[in-house]
Design a protein around this ligand. Structure first.
Ligand SMILES: O=C(O)CCC(=O)C(=O)O
Ligand SMILES: [Fe+2]
Length: 316
């Protein structure tokens, strides 16, 4: 396991933190138009935060860290801002405003708000997002033709017992280490995972899907989720190729512990993400004190075409 390169962590300059704390109360509630953060909100937030020093440079730095052949994820450290503002509406508006400088916030899940809670449930399947176990490498909305370009996780409360570090791996680097035979198998439409309903602006259901496409890295995906390995109907040759990719992802793994106020931003075209298990003993923690994240998705500004044929909920 490698250590997270320091360049991926973006702490705000003190003068920017101060300005954000001062300006936050003036940010109005956001409006969502269709499934995207409204253009009017983006404009209002930009105008209100215009006096904040070094904001543009901070956002350009994030964009550089997230793009390019060696980039792919960033941690925006808003802990001081969270201490000053609390983690309520004013803080969420600041986080939303900064992320809106990276790409356009949107809510692909019609039944969830813009910031979707990921709490900790002792009843959930341990490997799922709200579970307490190992959440293996994956990309979000893997079975959509247009997954979100970025997925972001804001830490409201880390695991009080100190577990649950985030794991990240460069999917392009992992794919480059594949044997030719596995690469050929992974380019075939042989993989399935998950259901697909009540989604907006994520394209159509893609099932079965190919893990590897021939698109450039900035637009294509390595459509991988370790959870597809146990889907019924997957033949051994394709499963073995996917296991090889999973192995390369684990070899190249970075790990980091999100602190209160950290926003992990993952470029889904380049990186897979997941989570190590939370610490044992969660039963002793009152539910309201357990780990809590908020998830927000981003769509690249140049790829915002609303989908005109949303799929109806299937009857399964
Ligand atoms: O719990 C985490 O840190 C990751 C959750 C996640 O990746 C998800 O819900 O999609
Ligand atoms: Fe995820």
């Amino acid at each position: 396991m490698t250590i997270t390169p320091a360049a991926t962590i973006t702490a705000l300059p003190a003068e920017l933190e101060e300005a954000l704390t001062e300006l936050a109360p003036a940010l109005p509630p956001w409006t969502v138009a269709g499934s995207f953060l409204a253009g009017s909100t983006i404009e209002q937030y930009r105008a209100q935060l215009a006096p904040a020093p070094l904001l543009d440079q901070t956002i350009s730095g994030l964009r550089r860290t997230l793009g390019g052949p060696t980039g792919g994820y960033a941690v925006l450290r808003l802990g001081n801002t969270a201490r000053a503002l609390g983690t309520g509406d004013h803080f969420l508006r600041v986080a939303t405003a900064i992320l809106a400088g990276v790409a356009v916030p949107f809510q692909p899940f019609k039944r969830w708000p813009l910031w979707k809670e990921i709490g900790t449930s002792l009843d959930a399947n341990p490997g799922r997002s709200t579970g307490t176990g190992y959440n293996a490498f994956h990309m979000d909305l893997v079975n959509a033709t247009r997954p979100p370009d970025y997925t972001t996780l804001l830490c409201i409360r880390p695991d009080p017992l100190g577990g649950g570090p985030s794991i990240l791996s460069d999917a392009r680097a992992a794919a480059s280490r594949l044997s030719p035979s596995s690469r050929a198998l992974l380019a075939e439409k042989a993989y399935r995972y998950g259901s697909f309903y009540e989604l907006s602006d994520a394209g159509e259901e893609y099932a079965p899907f190919a893990v590897l496409d021939s698109d450039p890295a900035d637009t294509g995906f390595v459509r991988f989720t370790a959870k597809m390995l146990t889907e019924p109907g997957l033949d051994e040759a394709h499963a073995s190729a996917a296991r090889e990719l999973a192995g390369h992802l684990t070899e190249g793994q970075h790990s980091l512990m999100l602190q209160r106020g950290d926003v992990l931003i993952v470029n889904q075209h380049r990186y897979m993400h997941g989570r190590e298990p939370l610490s044992a003993g969660q039963e002793a923690i009152p539910p309201d004190d357990r780990r809590l994240l908020l998830q927000l998705f981003l769509r690249s500004a140049d790829d915002r075409t609303p989908y005109t044929h949303p799929r109806q909920a299937p009857t399964r």
